[in-house]
Write a protein that binds this ligand. Structure first.
Ligand code: HEM
Length: 300
């Protein structure tokens, strides 16, 4: 998988193979009592938990324009009392573009540049789309929703289903998303043409200098029969919503040399009280991130 990502985007030694372009940030998270009914995780103790964050563009091109109609990422690492870590690495779309790792691999293979043109072969992309219907929902979402004007003006979804385990050892299927208190703002079609290639980092740094930037963490409570192992399927909109806490970002900075740069935001690193489902994409992410992480730590 990582070789295919490298084939699609090239190799930038010492850097992430995917979501290479990004910015660091830091702040804290305060969880709610309502969430603590569903999980015993110390994340929801009600006390502030320090957070290192990274905002990013998907793909392995460090020069990808901030207007690209691709997904944006928000990765969070929470440091719990006692030192336990809890990671979340989310996207600004409610669903993923692959039900299985194979679909993502086939997409990376379809994106390999053609030797003659130096660009992906449009015929290969067409064939990929035609043979992978599980990619459709996310493609349609990205076609219908322009990218955000600022990282601070976007929701980010955990996408996968997770299990919350409470003190009575009861398990609840949940999904979560972070909703910006600054509101959702997308670039207009005109702004897409004029916004330039590198505005996201400075917009976030300037916004954080004005004052704390907040997101509400919202939980969706699943019921029996809701998709558990398929990140391309949204849950019905009428599911119970619970406010699980507030994320406050206080500072933002370029990633070079900052705290988020060397972190591996492996989404299977979770503290007691939250466990993964058997979603094959969620399970596959951990080893793929480890390979990318090992390479970049080794200066490769
Ligand atoms: C088969 C599916 C996937 C593969 C192979 C994959 C692969 C990768 C790789 C190799 C990295 C770079 C890791 C590093 O060097 O630290 C990465 C970063 C990232 N991925 Fe994925 N990914 C997949 C699915 C997803 C999904 C479903 C989400 C969101 C729900 C997601 C969100 C992110 C984010 C936010 C980052 C950047 C993390 C950071 O800032 O360090 N990915 N991915």
């Amino acid at each position: 998988m990582v070789a295919a990502i490298e084939g699609a985007f090239g190799v930038n030694p010492g850097q992430r193979r995917n979501h290479i372009k990004g910015s660091c940030a830091a702040g804290e998270f305060v969880g709610s009592k309502d969430a603590a009914r569903y999980t015993r995780s110390a994340l929801f103790s009600g006390k502030p938990v320090p957070v290192v964050a990274r905002f990013s563009l998907s793909g392995g091109n460090p020069k990808a324009p901030d207007t690209a109609k691709s997904v944006r990422g928000m990765a969070l690492q929470f440091k719990l009392p006692g030192g336990a870590l809890h990671n979340m690495a989310m996207l600004n779309a409610p669903i993923f573009g692959a039900a299985k790792p194979q679909t993502f691999l086939d997409l990376m293979l379809a994106l390999q540049p053609d030797a003659a043109t130096g660009k992906p072969d449009p015929e290969k992309m067409k064939a990929f789309k035609a043979s992978h219907p599980d990619n459709l929902a996310q493609s349609e979402y990205l076609a219908a929703n322009n990218p955000p004007a600022s990282y601070a003006n976007s929701s980010y979804w955990g996408i996968h289903t997770f299990k919350f385990i409470n003190r009575k050892k009861q398990t609840t299927l949940v999904r979560w998303r972070f909703v910006p208190q600054d509101g959702e703002k997308r670039l207009s079609d005109d702004e897409l043409k004029t916004a330039g290639a590198n505005f996201l980092e400075q917009a976030l740094i300037s916004r954080a200098q004005q004052g704390p930037v907040r997101w509400d963490m919202m939980l969706t409570i699943g019921v029996a029969g809701d998709a558990e192992d398929n990140p391309t399927l949204a849950w019905p909109e009428d599911r119970k919503q619970v406010k699980a806490g507030t994320l406050t970002i206080k500072t933002a900075m370029p990633q070079k040399g900052a705290a988020c740069e060397p972190i591996n935001f492996d989404p299977l690193v979770m503290a007691d009280g939250v466990t993964p489902t058997n979603d094959p994409v969620l399970q596959f992410r951990s080893p793929a991130y480890a390979v990318s992480y090992a390479k970049r730590l080794g200066g490769m």
